[in-house]
Design a protein. Structure first.
Length: 442
């Protein structure tokens, strides 16, 4: 009996250990899947929040402002008569970069507004999940800061920013894996979907120069120039005025709730000149700090310049909060700043559309005094709090990375600790995106 008991006990022990390992792996996969599950839940809630607007084509702005679920995606479909399939930049003026116009045009072939919004929202939802997967593949990030932000409910269906954010996140993943060509190709797409990612192009080039990889810096710059010309030159040659409307519109655009509405009134041209000068000077100062840093600076420098841009820009649309959440995730900020920005962001979203409704659609009542009160005691204080938070984030980046002369800077791709087996297993769930991207770029 004892002779037989030994093998049986050994087999039982092996079976139990195998089951434990299997349960451990299942648990690790479940943990890895949790951010995606949360993101999908928020995206579904966002669709249910915005989709009712497709039934209000006749009075959409009044409905969207009053219900606080306004969407530029729906409004531009109606305003620009997408059912006629006019070509943006060629047949009509559009205040967005070329690739955003191309996305609008391609999806505009949907048979009606409801399907158009569903398709667009589906594309942007994929972009949100791709962003979470890319953050999961970048060392030293806190993907939860992006995956679990309530802003996904309000902003996924508001505008097209997530398309640019996803391409930027994938570009940073490619750069982290030293695939500069593919990273720059993705970054070109991101820049011409939304101009903000250009700050990361500059930070990546500066990082390659710091590494004395001059050929890599030249290659990145060359790919960007060639790619930008390929995307923009045909449109510019066909209709220079239409292509340039994105720039002329934003140059002549009045200041909206921002730093400039807290200051005494200035003309649009003067605001443009001063803000551009502040952006250039601030970027140079941050770059000077970056050159002294003892750790990789591509992500900290790009994030810092982007936050500075958002501070001094004359326009801050509510969906710009998504860019802040991306920076918070990329640089692993303290959770207190993340939570504080969520509270501010939700309050600003509500106040923005509340005052839009009051000032535009509350006739025949006299709304001047109410609008003035809302601007003075509701919106402007929120702008001041937002600026304070953005500046606090900027100071945190400078103090913890760019101005540090020792090795205790925040972890980035080059100084992050080696991945453990659990970390590698956690990455497995996102492999449908990250591994596919790796195969494409290999």
């Amino acid at each position: 009996m004892s002779v037989r008991a030994g093998p049986r006990r050994f087999a039982s022990f092996i079976t139990k250990r195998s089951r434990a390992c299997s349960l451990g792996r299942v648990g690790a996969v479940a943990i890895a899947a949790l951010p995606f599950f949360v993101t999908i839940t928020l995206l579904i809630a966002g669709y249910l929040f915005h989709a009712p607007g497709t039934a209000h084509a006749d009075d959409y702005q009044a409905y969207g402002y009053s219900a606080l679920n306004y969407s530029d995606i729906i409004w531009l479909y109606l305003r620009d008569q997408a059912t006629t399939h006019l070509r943006p930049f060629l047949d009509y003026r559009l205040e967005y970069p070329p690739l955003t116009g191309g996305l609008i045009y391609a999806l505009g072939f949907a048979r009606d507004l409801r399907l158009y919004f569903a398709l667009t929202y589906g594309v942007l939802s994929i972009c949100a999940l791709a962003t979470v997967a890319a953050l999961n593949g970048l060392p030293g990030t806190k993907r939860w800061y992006f995956a679990a932000t309530p802003a996904l409910i309000f902003y996924t269906g508001l505008n097209w920013d997530l398309a640019a954010i996803a391409m930027l996140a994938l570009a940073l993943l490619a750069y982290d894996r030293r695939r500069d060509g593919w990273g720059t190709a993705a970054l070109v797409l991101a820049i011409w979907l939304k101009l903000f990612p250009i700050v990361f192009l500059l930070s990546i080039v500066i990082e390659r120069l710091r590494e004395r990889r001059y050929r890599a810096a030249a290659t990145i710059s060359g790919i960007f120039i060639v790619g930008s010309l390929a995307l923009n030159l045909p449109l510019a040659r066909a209709n220079l005025v239409g292509w340039g409307y994105f720039f002329t519109f934003n140059t002549s655009r009045q200041a909206e709730p921002s730093l400039w509405t807290l200051l005494p009134p200035l003309g649009v041209a003067r605001i443009d000149s001063i803000s551009l000068g502040m952006l250039v000077v601030g970027s140079l100062v941050l770059t000077a700090f970056a050159y002294r840093a003892k750790c990789p600076v591509a992500l900290p420098l790009g994030g810092a310049v982007l936050l500075w841009w958002l501070c001094i820009n004359k326009v801050y649309s509510p969906q710009y909060g998504l860019w802040v959440y991306l920076v918070l995730a990329l640089l692993s900020f303290p959770s207190g700043l993340w939570r504080a920005f969520i509270l501010l962001d939700l309050a600003y979203y509500y106040a923005s559309f509340q005052i839009l409704y009051t000032s535009t659609f509350a006739a025949p009542y006299s709304t001047g005094p109410l609008t003035s009160w809302q601007a003075t005691y509701l919106l402007q204080p929120l702008v001041a709090v937002r600026l304070a938070l953005l500046l606090a984030m900027l100071c945190w980046i400078v103090g913890n990375t760019l101005a540090r002369s020792d090795e205790r800077a925040i972890a980035t791709s080059a100084n992050a600790p080696a991945m453990t087996g659990a970390k590698k297993l956690r990455l497995s769930f996102s492999s449908m995106v990250t591994r596919a991207w790796s195969l494409i770029t290999s």
